[in-house]
Design a binder for this molecule. Structure first.
Ligand SMILES: [Zn+2]
Length: 233
């Protein structure tokens, strides 16, 4: 059996392990991206919320203005009974009439502000419903990603067990070479193309290298990148 064949088996498992590890690393980022999808709906909701707050504020301000004038009228009427002259009495009446007029104005403003509340409230309900729908969709994706993470971890455990078995069948020296190289170059074991080119770094190998590879004379590294060369049967 060639030295390279068990290494290719190991490399296939390592490839799977790398992909699974990458997926495990990427899942938190994918979850963040899902959360980002809620941003738009949240912003709309916030905007409508503050519109509602402002509209409500206008209603309340009008209410305060009205109340202040009613209190004034009440105080004027209380004092009015104590007045001595008719002239003073008339002045009070004019003041009261002026305040009544102002109350009418503020009441009209308050009614208009209340009318403004209606469409804002309905837009708020829409924005809340939209966020709720979006949240449900995102929650669905998030739980899919959580499930995916569980199964990826399981697959990784399986692959690691397979790897532990596979290394037993690799020549120890070849394994050492492979392990050293795999942190720097990937894949480690590559095809030597028919034109003598290393499939890893694309350097043309001298003919002697091609011969050694064809004869399967142990480990034949690429002269440039050090990858282990083999011929596809
Ligand atoms: Zn090479």
């Amino acid at each position: 059996m060639s030295v390279v064949q068990p290494l290719l088996g190991l490399q296939e498992i390592d490839n799977r392990i790398r992909e699974l590890q990458r997926e495990i690393r990427d899942i938190p980022q994918r979850k963040d991206q899902e959360q980002e999808r809620l941003k738009g709906a949240r912003e709309v909701l916030e905007r409508v919320h503050s519109e509602l707050k402002n509209a409500q504020l206008r209603v309340n301000e009008a209410e305060l203005e009205i109340q202040a004038r009613r209190d004034k009228i009440l105080a004027l009427k209380k004092n009015q009974v104590l007045l001595k002259t008719n002239k003073e009495f008339q002045i009070y009446n004019l003041e009261i009439a002026k305040l009544d007029g102002e109350i009418d104005n503020h009441e009209a403003r308050q009614l208009a502000a209340m009318d403004d509340l209606i469409p804002v409230k309905s837009r708020l309900a829409e924005a809340e419903a939209k966020l709720k729908d979006d949240q449900e969709i995102v929650d669905g994706y998030l739980s899919e990603l959580d499930e995916r993470l569980v199964s990826v971890n399981e697959a990784l455990a399986v692959a690691e067990a397979e790897r532990a078995e596979a290394v037993k069948h690799v020549d120890p020296k070849a394994l050492l070479y492979y392990e050293r190289l795999r942190t720097k170059r990937w894949p480690v074991v590559v095809n030597l193309q028919h034109d003598g080119v290393c499939n890893g770094c694309h350097l043309v190998q001298p003919p002697s290298v091609g011969q050694m590879v064809r004869r399967k004379q142990g480990l034949v590294p690429c002269q440039m990148c050090g990858r282990i060369l083999y011929n596809v049967e």
